[in-house]
Design a protein around this ligand. Structure first.
Ligand code: 4UU
Length: 514
């Protein structure tokens, strides 16, 4: 039968002409005038210090920093800037400044090791890096060096006074919409980490989608106050940092996540919405201390990046009946948001990741038969005939609500963070006691999935679980650690030598889980 195409049921989106010479920053700033809270004052709040940055100040800082980056540091269009920072109020301002002058923003996980960061540098070729005093030591030497965003120098780059009238428009580096705006890292459906290139047009489109869904969600009496527990380097936080400015929302930034700190910040800053990955929902359900905090301002949680179990949803609704739980589904390769649950009526669809955002189209294809006789080849190709393969097993119900049932691609998600099995397999194979190894996800109530190593020992070698885990832990960021090990007699492989993960799951996991 002909493959059915599912169209978005949301209102249509109006985008700027494709050839209009505007950057995503021009777009974000231009639609602010359409905000329902044009007088919204606070842009950013640092939850640790309570420091507030008003919108007027954010714009001034962004302009000042753009000018400095371009005219003093001589950064120009198409240069790549690596950003290795924990969440902090400086980062959204840095993103806007770099994007406004056409510099490609490439954010990486701040807990990465030096060699993991070196790989990002190899992929994207940055000329400059932005880090904090806690992450800078892991960065290699780049042509224009590393700038610390938590230094007094950076503060003065953002606040130095210059006469805007003498420097009207940052003319010559005006990016076009087809320029690459950001390189985000993702392992896609297979193998190792890759740099995903997103254009200004991609970002403009997604900001427009977020804006239209905010309009559709209905009136709010006062500007939303969002707290991000999601990292700004990940597509979820990256896109949110742009859309919040476009919508003139107030954003509470938590440099270091902790459940109690988050709950306290909700009361302290009147937080209305929190963006999070499922493990935070699990923690809220299990926490014995949630009752101690004033959560009366909290209206909704936007939860995405990994599956949220139905029993967790049920427990959450029982414990926090006044808080709407809205799942969102997205992928780095699709510039983030794909679908979300919108408003109290839709959130009754438990377990759904919502309806497609405006403009989006989707197809459900049979993963086994798409390429006759070559299921692996099917999984390997991320783009087929202009369609992007998500690698997720999904279905739509008859009202256009999407459900994610399973993940077919190799990707493991630990606390919502991407872990690429191939990267860990390569490390394991470099151990002298290991003849062969495969890494698959092991289900975990709190983290979602744990990286689980199936190891074939070299004959005559003595190797225990702990030494396998320690060997890997020394070389990777903490979220990538192997957390369980099984020793096997063989690793099932296809004639072409590819690990048959489904067979391995059946062979090793099934007996452990029953
Ligand atoms: C089951 O996780 C993301 C992006 C998430 C996102 C972004 C903007 C959510 C809401 C939003 O507004 O991107 P990646 O590239 O890190 O991982 C993509 C993969 C998906 O293919 C799927 O396997 O992460 C998984 N995933 C989910 N799985 C993402 N969201 C969900 C979800 N349920 N809600």
């Amino acid at each position: 039968p002909a493959t059915k195409t599912f169209h978005s049921l949301r209102p249509p989106i109006h985008l700027p002409q494709e050839d209009a010479p505007i950057s995503v920053v021009d777009y974000v700033l231009s639609i602010r005038s359409l905000s329902r809270w044009p007088n919204s004052t606070t842009a950013l709040i640092d939850s640790a210090t309570g420091r507030r940055i008003p919108y007027s100040d954010l714009i001034r800082r962004q302009k000042s920093l753009s000018y400095y980056l371009q005219d003093v540091l001589k950064l120009s269009r198409h240069d790549v800037a690596l950003v290795i920072c924990p969440n902090c109020v400086q980062v959204p301002i840095l993103y806007l400044s770099l994007l406004s002058i056409g510099v490609v923003v490439s954010p990486g996980n701040p807990v990465s090791t030096g060699s993991e960061i070196a790989r990002l540098v190899e992929l994207s070729g940055p000329t400059i890096a932005f880090a904090t005093s806690s992450t800078a030591h892991k960065l290699p030497k780049l042509r224009l060096g590393t700038i610390l965003v938590d230094s007094p120098e950076f503060e003065s780059m953002m606040t130095h006074t210059f006469d805007l009238d003498l420097n009207p428009g940052l003319g010559p580096t005006q990016p076009s919409q087809s320029d690459v705006a950001a390189i985000l890292y993702s392992s896609g459906t297979t193998g190792r980490i890759k740099g995903v290139m997103l254009t200004h047009r991609n970002l403009i489109g997604v900001v427009a989608l977020c804006r239209s869904s905010a309009v559709a969600a209905g009136e709010r009496a006062s500007p939303p106050v969002l707290l991000y527990t999601v990292p700004l380097f990940h597509v979820f936080g990256f896109i949110y940092s742009l859309k919040s400015v476009a919508l003139m929302e107030t954003v509470v930034m938590m440099p270091r996540f902790g459940l109690d700190g988050m709950l306290k910040a909700v009361g302290e800053f009147g937080v209305t919405d929190v963006a999070m990955a499922p493990p935070v929902v699990v923690a809220m359900v299990k926490s014995g201390s949630a009752e101690r905090y004033d959560l009366s301002s909290l209206k909704s949680l936007v939860v995405g990046a990994a599956p949220l179990g139905k029993d967790v949803i049920a427990a959450f609704k029982a414990k926090f009946p006044a808080v709407e739980l809205a799942q969102g589904y997205g992928l780095t390769e699709l510039t983030g948001p794909v679908s979300r649950v919108l408003g109290p009526k839709e959130s009754k669809k438990w377990g759904s990741v919502g309806r497609l955002y405006g403009l989006l189209e989707a197809r459900i294809v049979d993963p086994e038969t798409r390429y006759v006789g070559d299921p692996e080849g099917t999984i390997d190709n991320m783009v087929i005939n202009g369609w992007l393969r998500t690698g997720d097993l999904c279905y739509f119900d008859d009202q256009g609500f999407l459900y994610v049932v399973d993940r077919l691609k190799e990707l493991i998600k630990y606390n919502g963070y991407q872990v690429a099995p191939a990267e860990l397999e390569q490390l394991l194979q470099s151990h002298p006691g290991v003849a062969d190894a495969a890494v698959i996800p092991y289900p975990d109530e709190e983290a979602g999935q744990l990286p689980f190593a199936c190891v074939l020992r070299r004959p005559g070698c003595i190797l225990d679980e702990r030494s396998v885990m320690e060997f890997v832990a020394k070389q990777v960021a903490p979220y990538k650690k192997i957390r369980r090990v099984a020793f096997v007699n063989s690793i099932p492989k296809s004639p072409a030598g590819k690990i048959l993960r489904k067979d391995l799951r059946k062979m090793v996991l099934a007996p452990l889980l029953t």
